[in-house]
Design a protein around this ligand. Structure first.
Ligand SMILES: Cc1cc2nc3c(=O)[nH]c(=O)nc-3n(C[C@H](O)[C@H](O)[C@H](O)COP(=O)(O)OP(=O)(O)OC[C@H]3O[C@@H](n4cnc5c(N)ncnc54)[C@H](O)[C@@H]3O)c2cc1C
Length: 441
């Protein structure tokens, strides 16, 4: 046996898992096909549960030093009539409604987080990596799986006790596992780009009209990551019209962007993002496991994809460490990973879908319904807490039918709006036993 665990993919899921395993002396190999990252933009918003996990891994101080804390998200709605905008709604969802050490989100450039995790992994002698090295499939050697890896020096085969597919949306490990995959697509695309931000932009902000959606997420170093919702085909027509049409889409919604968004000098800086959501039927087969985007991808509206990857790797990392520490390396124990993570990831996937629907229909009546729902959720402490808890990853407290009636105004939002005491809040946080149920064995 060459390694105890082989991880395919050196993204956030692969790196988080590698740090955890190497820290508990599991001999781990991570293979990454790209010498450099291909996409300019990927997930950058870290939610509270991910921050708690990164603290356990010993990198939280670096996250705080290099990231931008964003404790709330502001939502501004305008009615647009030609060039004129009328302010018709302002709301704010606050993480500090959650009584936890980790009641904020943090924006951190994706590549910076990877760099921090990679540096941490290299501190452990049990961490090994190959890059560029592409996993191409398994072969059978005397009844055991062996991984084929293609490197600059040619083909090589690697044998491990467990193989982890952490290769993102296109996953050869998943293909080999022959699991089913359910895909959902959407009636919109996004354009995403970072550029210097005006000093007035300090919080995460979503600015919407009956037709438009612009998300703005301040980054450290005076930059902002932006996400503009467009119709399919609009990217092509905007490119034809030139960058001016792109600048105008921003300046129309936020006049302070003048002089800032214009610093984007080429379409090459702007990335087209086509939202797809998928879920696989099973995360585990024999000695193979899927984590992160290989197992599920969520609609980007929720800002959760990278967080699910970190949270998967935390649970799988703890489980594999326990399996090796207690000499229980039978693959049947991997069922615990799927048992904990699949329902949670599917819950977040549904949340991301609901968030996408809120902004999917360009009409005034839909905008009014959305505004009512957001306003009533913000004003009712219980609904506000549930919203933020479910987003944070720290726990789950589902909305009831009565909650839904309050959101759409069929029941007054002031009904049952007392603030939730800490003792009641903590009942809805995931306990250590719920995160790592095998430990009570
Ligand atoms: C434009 C964009 C914006 C996003 N914004 C957000 C956001 O704001 N918040 C959020 O939480 N999420 C966001 N996401 C989602 C988030 O980036 C992903 O959910 C997250 O990166 C998943 O991590 P991962 O490690 O599972 O996969 P990936 O990040 O895709 O990493 C997989 C790695 O595996 C490597 N690999 C692939 N195939 C092989 C192979 N055969 N052999 C070896 N290596 C291989 C790849 O090169 C890659 O490095 C965004 C995604 C995109 C594309």
């Amino acid at each position: 046996m060459d390694y105890q665990v082989m991880i395919v993919g050196g993204g956030i899921a692969g790196l988080t898992l590698a740090v955890k395993l190497a820290s508990c002396k599991v001999k781990v190999l991570m293979v990454e096909k790209d010498e450099k990252s291909g996409l300019i933009y990927k997930g950058e918003l870290l939610q509270p549960k991910s921050l708690a996990i990164l603290k356990k891994l010993g990198v939280y101080e670096q996250i705080k030093e290099n990231g931008k804390m964003l404790p709330s998200i502001e939502m501004t709605e305008f009615y647009q009539d030609g060039d004129s905008l009328e302010l018709i709604g302002e709301n704010e969802f606050r993480y500090d409604i959650i009584r936890s050490e980790f009641n904020t989100s943090v924006m951190l450039p994706h590549e910076k987080l990877k760099e921090i995790l990679f540096r941490k992994a290299k501190q452990y002698p049990d961490f090994h990596h190959m890059r560029p090295a592409k996993f191409t499939g398994f072969t059978n050697k005397d009844g055991r799986r062996v991984a084929n890896v293609s490197t600059k020096d040619g083909e090589t085969s690697i044998e491990a006790l467990f193989y982890i597919g952490a290769e993102g949306r296109v996953s050869p490990v998943r293909n080999e596992m022959d699991v089913q995959i359910k895909k959902y697509s959407y009636n919109h695309h996004f354009l995403t780009v970072s550029f210097p931000r005006p000093p007035t932009l300090k919080s995460s902000s979503i600015i919407t009209t009956q037709e438009r959606f612009l998300g703005l997420f301040p980054l450290p170093d005076g930059e902002v990551r932006s996400v503009l919702l467009i119709k399919p085909g609009e990217y092509k027509s905007m490119r034809k019209q030139g960058l001016e049409s792109f600048y105008q889409a921003y300046i129309e919604l936020m006049p302070e962007m003048e002089g800032y968004v214009n610093q984007i000098s080429s379409w090459k800086q702007i990335q087209l993002m086509i939202p797809v959501r998928h879920n696989v039927s099973s995360y585990v087969k024999d000695n193979c496991v899927l984590v992160g985007d290989a197992a599920h991808s969520v609609h980007p509206m929720a800002g959760e994809g990278m967080n699910l990857a970190i949270q998967d790797s935390d649970v799988l990392g703890e489980l594999l460490c326990w399996m090796f520490e207690t000499d229980r390396t039978d693959p049947s124990h991997l069922k615990w990973f799927e048992q904990v993570r699949k329902p949670r990831a599917e819950f977040v996937s549904r949340l991301s879908h609901q968030a996408a629907l809120l902004y999917s229909f360009p009409s005034l009546s839909w905008q009014k319904l959305r505004m009512k729902g957001i306003h009533n959720t913000e004003r009712n402490n219980r609904l506000h807490f549930k919203q933020m808890l479910n987003t944070s990853g720290l726990g789950i407290w589902k909305f009831s039918i009565v909650d839904r009636m309050k959101q759409i105004g069929l029941v007054p939002h002031s009904f049952g709006s007392r603030s939730i005491p800490e003792s009641e809040q903590t009942k809805h946080f995931f306990t250590e036993q719920e995160d790592y149920p095998w430990l009570k064995q």
